[in-house]
Design a protein around this ligand. Structure first.
Ligand code: SF4
Length: 82
Protein backbone atom coordinates (compact mmCIF):
# COMPACT_ATOMS: atom_id res chain seq x y z
CA UNK A 1 0.00 0.00 0.00
CA UNK A 2 1.32 3.41 -0.89
CA UNK A 3 2.04 5.57 2.11
CA UNK A 4 1.90 9.32 2.33
CA UNK A 5 3.44 11.68 4.79
CA UNK A 6 1.11 14.60 5.32
CA UNK A 7 2.79 17.86 6.12
CA UNK A 8 1.67 21.45 6.57
CA UNK A 9 5.07 23.09 6.18
CA UNK A 10 4.62 24.75 2.81
CA UNK A 11 7.95 26.50 2.52
CA UNK A 12 9.76 23.15 2.40
CA UNK A 13 11.36 22.00 -0.86
CA UNK A 14 9.48 18.68 -0.55
CA UNK A 15 6.02 20.01 0.26
CA UNK A 16 3.28 19.64 -2.38
CA UNK A 17 -0.30 20.93 -2.67
CA UNK A 18 -2.71 18.72 -0.79
CA UNK A 19 -0.24 18.84 2.09
CA UNK A 20 1.76 15.85 0.92
CA UNK A 21 5.48 15.38 1.42
CA UNK A 22 7.23 14.42 -1.81
CA UNK A 23 10.58 13.51 -0.28
CA UNK A 24 11.89 10.05 -1.21
CA UNK A 25 12.36 9.50 2.53
CA UNK A 26 12.48 11.65 5.65
CA UNK A 27 13.88 11.44 9.12
CA UNK A 28 12.16 12.74 12.23
CA UNK A 29 14.38 13.55 15.19
CA UNK A 30 14.44 15.43 18.44
CA UNK A 31 14.93 19.16 18.13
CA UNK A 32 18.15 18.76 20.09
CA UNK A 33 19.54 16.20 17.63
CA UNK A 34 18.51 18.23 14.59
CA UNK A 35 20.10 21.37 15.95
CA UNK A 36 23.37 19.58 16.68
CA UNK A 37 23.83 17.74 13.37
CA UNK A 38 24.69 19.22 9.96
CA UNK A 39 22.38 19.02 6.95
CA UNK A 40 24.31 16.04 5.59
CA UNK A 41 23.00 13.91 8.47
CA UNK A 42 19.60 12.86 7.19
CA UNK A 43 17.38 9.92 6.19
CA UNK A 44 20.09 8.09 4.24
CA UNK A 45 22.01 7.63 7.50
CA UNK A 46 19.03 6.44 9.57
CA UNK A 47 20.30 2.91 10.23
CA UNK A 48 23.54 4.10 11.77
CA UNK A 49 22.07 6.81 14.02
CA UNK A 50 21.31 6.36 17.71
CA UNK A 51 17.62 6.75 18.63
CA UNK A 52 16.79 9.15 21.45
CA UNK A 53 13.58 9.98 23.40
CA UNK A 54 11.82 13.31 22.83
CA UNK A 55 9.39 13.53 25.76
CA UNK A 56 6.77 15.53 23.87
CA UNK A 57 5.59 16.23 20.32
CA UNK A 58 6.88 19.76 20.72
CA UNK A 59 10.40 18.39 20.93
CA UNK A 60 10.41 16.61 17.58
CA UNK A 61 10.97 17.92 14.08
CA UNK A 62 11.44 16.81 10.50
CA UNK A 63 15.17 17.00 9.95
CA UNK A 64 14.71 16.53 6.20
CA UNK A 65 13.12 19.98 5.91
CA UNK A 66 14.96 22.30 3.57
CA UNK A 67 13.65 25.66 2.44
CA UNK A 68 12.39 26.01 -1.12
CA UNK A 69 15.06 27.53 -3.31
CA UNK A 70 17.81 26.73 -0.83
CA UNK A 71 21.24 25.74 -2.14
CA UNK A 72 21.16 22.91 0.41
CA UNK A 73 18.47 20.81 -1.28
CA UNK A 74 21.06 18.24 -2.38
CA UNK A 75 23.11 18.18 0.84
CA UNK A 76 21.59 14.96 2.15
CA UNK A 77 20.94 12.77 -0.95
CA UNK A 78 17.19 12.82 -0.32
CA UNK A 79 15.33 13.35 -3.60
CA UNK A 80 11.98 14.88 -4.47
CA UNK A 81 9.51 12.56 -6.21
CA UNK A 82 7.17 13.94 -8.86
S1 SF4 B 1 10.57 16.96 4.24
FE1 SF4 B 1 9.61 17.19 6.23
S2 SF4 B 1 9.05 19.37 6.38
FE2 SF4 B 1 9.46 18.90 4.23
S3 SF4 B 1 7.45 18.41 3.34
FE3 SF4 B 1 8.41 16.49 4.00
S4 SF4 B 1 7.64 16.12 6.08
FE4 SF4 B 1 7.30 18.29 5.57
Amino acid sequence: MEQHIHCLVNDCHYWSPGNVCKASEIIVATDKFAEAKPDEVDAKMAKQLEPTPAGSPMSTCCKTYVAKGSAKTTADAVTRTI
